[in-house]
Design a protein. Structure first.
Length: 378
């Protein structure tokens, strides 16, 4: 395990590759951003939008579709697209079952609706949702494998349904996170999003193998490349056009527009500013598990951006990562275990089997301790 020389990204992130100088893809991208002509990019975006407007013809359709969770990124995108670009977006929201969604998540969607947007909400069948979540956890120790399929699939599915060829997406996971398989023809072309780690891991095959029938999996099926061609769908990453796209900045913009943020303490959540994945809380235990698999969690994602933006030193960041990168309140583990029908000790048993033994020691008293030194590696 090696760390990026600039930030605290280890080279254990899936689909990621450091430069020969030892710089992570996200820092490398950030460095190149200094030379970007943002006005030029804005004009590129304007030209693209004009093309889509012309193709759309009549004024009876939405200009574009945006997937929203009500969180910081989606709120910022929705407002920017409507108020700055002057478009009429349809917001697509995948709703979670009552056991999973937070009150704050519901309030944030209500806030978007009150801000005057048209929102279409899709709600996959809750029984299948729960059984799939259990199957994901059993197979990958990652409950979100199935729900992310639904989350990513819902937007192009609705785009086809409403005949809206233009899908606006926020972050470019290739450039901004370093998932290089998703890079497209241009920095804003998002049609390779289907190759991201979450979506490409065998698609639905493992779900079929777990005994689910295709007819129960409609919300989890990402439209095929042929579907994209037939409906001329284009995903565009807005993050590529926004010079100040970042976790904290988006959080600030959205909070100014009424976003309700997370109140629980960092020691329970690892959410330094309380602005990520607001619509549900089990993400916290998934981040903890990610940490035990790859050696980095939610705090690392936060501080890396702050380091790049020059708002935090690498030393201060190391301190935060050491303290909180494995943070997860026991209440979240308890409610999650109850939901999928296992005990808390079964939860931990499963988590321990997926701890990366190259990076961590499992102690006899149950504690999991790191072998690596944060910021230095192994
Ligand atoms: Zn880096």
């Amino acid at each position: 395990m090696k760390y990026c020389k600039c930030c605290l990204q280890p080279n254990t992130r899936p689909n990621s590759k450091f430069t020969p100088e030892g710089i992570c893809p996200a820092c490398d991208y950030f460095e190149r951003l200094q030379y970007v002509d943002w006005q030029e990019r804005y004009e590129i975006l304007q030209d693209l939008l004009v093309q889509y407007k012309e193709r759309r013809g009549v004024d009876r359709k939405f200009d574009c579709i945006i997937g929203v969770s009500g969180g910081k990124d989606s709120s910022r995108q929705a407002l920017w697209v409507r108020d700055k670009l002057g478009l009429k977006p349809l917001l697509a929201c995948l709703s979670y079952p009552p056991e999973q969604v937070t009150e704050r998540g519901v309030n944030n969607i209500s806030n978007l609706i009150e801000l005057g947007f048209d929102v279409v909400i899709s709600a996959p069948a809750p029984g299948t949702w729960k059984r799939l979540m259990r199957a994901s956890f059993d197979k990958f120790t990652n409950w979100a494998r199935s729900t992310e399929l639904a989350l990513f699939s819902s937007v192009p599915q609705l785009a086809i349904h409403y005949d809206i060829p233009l899908i606006l997406w926020g972050e470019n996971p290739g450039l901004q996170l370093g998932d290089l398989k998703t890079l497209g023809r241009t920095g804003y072309d998002g049609n390779n999003l289907r190759y991201m780690n979450t979506l490409s891991g065998g698609g639905l095959d493992w779900i079929r193998e777990a005994g689910f029938e295709l007819k129960d999996l409609i919300p989890y099926q990402y439209p095929t490349p042929e579907d994209f061609d037939r409906h001329e769908l284009q995903i565009i990453y807005l993050g590529w056009f926004l010079g100040d796209w970042s976790l904290v900045n988006n959080g600030m913009y959205a909070a100014a527009s009424g976003l309700e943020i997370r109140q629980d303490s960092v020691i329970n959540t690892g959410d330094l500013h309380g602005v990520t994945s607001l619509d549900e809380d089990w993400v916290t235990l998934n981040q903890m598990i990610k940490y035990y698999k790859f050696g980095f969690g939610r705090v690392t994602d936060y501080v890396n951006e702050e380091i790049r933006l020059g708002r935090m030193t690498r030393e201060a960041a190391i301190e935060l990562v050491e303290l909180y990168d494995d943070a997860c309140g026991s209440n979240y583990i308890k409610s999650f275990s109850e939901y999928i029908g296992i005990s808390v000790s079964q939860f931990w048993e499963k988590v321990r089997t997926s701890v990366n033994p190259a990076l961590f020691n499992a102690q006899s008293d149950g504690r999991i301790t790191r072998k690596f030194k944060v910021g230095v590696g192994l």
